[in-house]
Design a protein around this ligand. Structure first.
Ligand SMILES: Cc1cc2nc3c(=O)[nH]c(=O)nc-3n(C[C@H](O)[C@H](O)[C@H](O)COP(=O)(O)OP(=O)(O)OC[C@H]3O[C@@H](n4cnc5c(N)ncnc54)[C@H](O)[C@@H]3O)c2cc1C
Length: 380
């Protein structure tokens, strides 16, 4: 019976592919449309925390992710000189909560795609018009075809067209800081994740498998400031020249503007997640700033929990409202915490920064590690 249910997933990112994997395991063969030419991801890395990994295990992809990624044992926050402010030991917590891993986004996509081979995948296609007719949803695609679906899952990210088609335009909230991401060779001796906090700027270093290093960098800026190719590398190096420790060995590997992926960091204000037969998941519903490293984890939780709630003969009609109620406070907690943590990290005032750093140095490692992992693990 479930094989007859027609589900459209808009967006083949982390949320869309994970939801497709879960639905395939229930015997539903969803249609997925992805706007870009191929199902893939931009060239950067990602940290998959304990809850993200638990969801991948639930979707039958835990071993594949573990094999393709790199186990992250330690993480530390430092000042711009690389001096430790506090640390988190993930290895000690793994027996209770499971591993945390780092992985290249393109590799994660391959893992997720391997789970949804029974889905009907269409790249280079999007939905031009979506009409909820009550009994079904009519979708008109960019190639001119029109089809009817029982349910639509909008997993098309921060600037979701599905959200706009169903609810109208919603403005996103700019965080106040912009971000660059890149992957280089890992410098010798860097065996843990580091996030370095400077004056209104942060540099994150995340070791990946195969001796590669994923880096992210943030700087306070007005919204929408352009970063043209010409002079991009020089401007970036100037912004982070006060950073020492491993930073100089990383910055010297940047030579070409296309090495840097640049975008402003934004979040979604509180917003309904569903209307009639259309449900939003992942960033389309609740994009967060990345300061907690939990956006993809929330997308995976959405997919894993939605499919868990649909087990047996549970209907979408009953599950969708219950799913939204179950997920709302959990996701809001993460979005709010992430915004607060980002503001702390982006402080510019010297007095406030030294007070913040002093407090962080005094925080017991065991407490911060366990607290952060328990917060992440709450849905496991
Ligand atoms: C700098 C940075 C670092 C991050 N680090 C982490 C981290 O370490 N850990 C973590 O858990 N999270 C992290 N995140 C958050 C994470 O990247 C996102 O939360 C996650 O990618 C959301 O997945 P998604 O599938 O909902 O959306 P997206 O990843 O945005 O995917 C949406 C997909 O839909 C497609 N699409 C868009 N519009 C349409 C359309 N109209 N029709 C069809 N397809 C469409 C897009 O091409 C894309 O493939 C980070 C985010 C940023 C910005």
């Amino acid at each position: 019976m479930r094989g007859n249910e027609k589900v459209l997933i808009v967006g083949g990112g982390i949320a869309g592919l994970a939801a497709a994997t879960g639905l395939c395991r229930l015997g539903i063969r969803p249609t997925i449309v992805e706007r870009t030419r191929e199902f893939g991801a931009v060239g950067a890395g990602i940290v998959l925390s304990v809850n993200a990994m638990a969801m991948l295990r639930m979707l039958g992809l835990g071993d594949a992710a573990l094999e393709a990624g790199r186990i992250l044992e330690n993480s530390e926050l430092t000042n711009a000189k690389g001096q430790r402010l506090f640390g988190m030991n993930f290895a000690d917590l793994a027996p209770d909560f499971g591993p945390t891993i780092t992985i290249h986004r393109a590799t994660l996509h391959k893992v997720l795609l391997s789970g949804c081979q029974d889905a009907k995948l269409h790249a280079n296609l999007w939905v031009d018009h979506l009409h909820d007719l009550g009994e079904s949803v009519e979708a008109t695609f960019s190639d001119g075809r029109t089809k009817h679906f029982d349910h639509v899952i909008g997993a098309d990210g921060l600037r979701s067209q599905t959200r706009e088609q169903i609810f109208g335009r919603t403005d996103t909230l700019y965080s106040g800081y912009t971000c660059w991401r890149f992957v280089v060779e890992s410098p010798p001796g860097l065996d843990r994740m580091q996030e370095m906090w400077g004056r209104g700027r942060r540099l994150g270093l995340v070791p990946l498998a195969g001796g590669r290093l994923y880096c992210y960098a943030t700087a306070n800026a007005k919204a929408g400031v352009a970063d043209p190719d010409e002079g991009r590398i020089e401007r970036f190096k100037k912004l982070f020249r006060a950073f020492s420790g491993f930073a100089p060995a990383i910055l010297e590997q940047l030579t070409r503007p296309e090495q840097l992926i640049h975008n402003d960091l934004e979040e979604m204000p509180k917003h309904p997640w569903y209307k009639g037969r259309v449900l939003l998941i992942g960033d389309a519903a609740h994009a967060t700033t990345p300061n907690m490293g939990q956006g993809a984890a929330m997308a995976l939780e959405d997919a894993g929990i939605l499919c868990k709630m649909l087990e047996g003969d549970a209907s979408f009609e009953k599950v969708i409202p219950a799913f939204a109620v179950r997920r709302e406070s959990r996701v809001r907690f993460i979005v709010d915490q992430s915004r607060r943590f980002g503001r702390l990290g982006q402080l510019e005032n010297s007095l406030l920064r030294s007070f913040r750093n002093g407090v962080m140095r005094m925080m017991p490692q065991r407490l911060t590690s366990a607290g952060a992992v328990r917060a992440a693990a709450a849905e496991i």
